[in-house]
Design a protein around this ligand. Structure first.
Ligand SMILES: Cc1cc2nc3c(=O)[nH]c(=O)nc-3n(C[C@H](O)[C@H](O)[C@H](O)COP(=O)(O)OP(=O)(O)OC[C@H]3O[C@@H](n4cnc5c(N)ncnc54)[C@H](O)[C@@H]3O)c2cc1C
Length: 283
């Protein structure tokens, strides 16, 4: 019979940092991932839990110095309803709207999705495509980690055990279009078979600063540099989209699992990239 771990609730960020530096605490935010692990049936259950839900310092969504700054404790419902996210990063609101169902969206947080580090985490490709950076903090101070460097292996991150994710910064310059698409079994309560985010800006009739990021096709969320180089500097044409869709199918190395076959993932990834490019190109 699992024993419920003791829960400590700090009232300020310095108090939370002091507790984390003293030893084996696992933070809990919305609990939508951690509570699933608490029985010990899915790996080691936490020994002691640090409830960060009341830390105002981890909340809020604002625009600061040419970046959209989203607090780690922002729930999916808050992200979906945020006028700033709707204006500056609608792809993030769209990703939030595909997560679980209303119950999960009311409790699940962006910071939890980031630290849980599932390759199927739906917001993570948006962070990669947007060149976001993740601000982590501890008693030693704050540091900024590029999303591209954050997920270091299967469910592993660059976060140290005594660090909290504080906020995520999405640069707004250069201004780029970011698109998001998730393929799952259902519209709600579906873990993705493939999730894709595409970012680019149009410059003199060609695509620039192209990013293509994917979830559920590798051990971590990934970008696909070969596919990006097909699109970088290219004119939005059907032949370019055909080529990019063929390259991405070869570049990713998905696996067969309970949600999908590798073959399906490969085929559908090419299709959704092609469709997004077609929609953007307007042909
Ligand atoms: C029914 C159901 C459906 C779901 N559907 C989806 C889905 O469609 N797509 C998807 O991507 N996910 C899905 N999830 C997973 C989950 O809801 C998300 O990953 C969510 O974002 C986790 O956030 P949380 O606040 O609940 O994290 P928690 O469960 O509180 O924590 C998750 C992990 O992050 C750590 N953590 C949390 N916040 C911080 C912080 N600020 N700093 C440092 N560490 C932190 C915790 O220690 C823990 O390791 C689903 C879960 C359930 C139960």
């Amino acid at each position: 019979m699992p024993v419920e771990p003791p829960v400590t609730t700090p009232r300020s960020l310095p108090e939370a940092y002091a507790l984390l530096s003293s030893g084996a605490y696992r933070p809990i935010a919305g609990g939508t991932d951690l509570m699933v692990q608490i029985t010990g049936e899915l790996g080691e259950p936490p020994e002691r839990v640090l409830d960060v839900w009341r830390l105002e310092e981890l909340r809020g969504i604002q625009v600061e110095d040419d970046a959209l700054v989203v607090g780690a404790l922002s729930t999916y419902t808050e992200i979906r309803r945020s006028a700033l996210v709707g204006e500056w990063l609608p792809a993030l609101a769209q990703a939030a709207g595909t997560i679980g169902a209303a119950q999960i969206q009311n409790r699940g947080t962006l910071g939890g999705n980031i630290v849980n580090a599932s390759p199927a985490g739906d917001t993570l490709p948006v962070l990669l495509a947007a060149d976001a950076s993740i601000i982590v903090g501890s008693a030693r101070g704050e540091r900024e980690v590029a999303a591209a460097d954050f997920w270091t292996g299967y469910r592993e991150t660059a976060r140290a055990a005594d660090e909290l994710v504080v906020q995520v910064r999405f640069p707004l310059k250069p201004a780029r279009t970011i698109r998001f698409r998730k393929v799952g079994t259902r519209r709600a309560q579906a873990i993705s078979k493939v999730v894709l985010a595409l970012a680019y800006r149009e410059d003199g009739g060609v695509w620039r600063d192209v990013r293509v990021a994917l979830g559920s096709v590798a051990a971590t969320p990934v970008r696909v540099p070969e596919t990006e180089s097909v699109l970088e500097g290219a004119a939005p044409r059907a032949t370019v989209a055909d080529h990019a869709a063929a390259v991405i199918g070869r570049e990713i190395k998905p696996i067969d699992d309970v949600r999908s076959t590798a073959e399906y993932r490969r085929a559908v990834t090419g299709r959704i990239l092609h469709r997004l490019l077609r929609e953007e190109g307007g042909w």
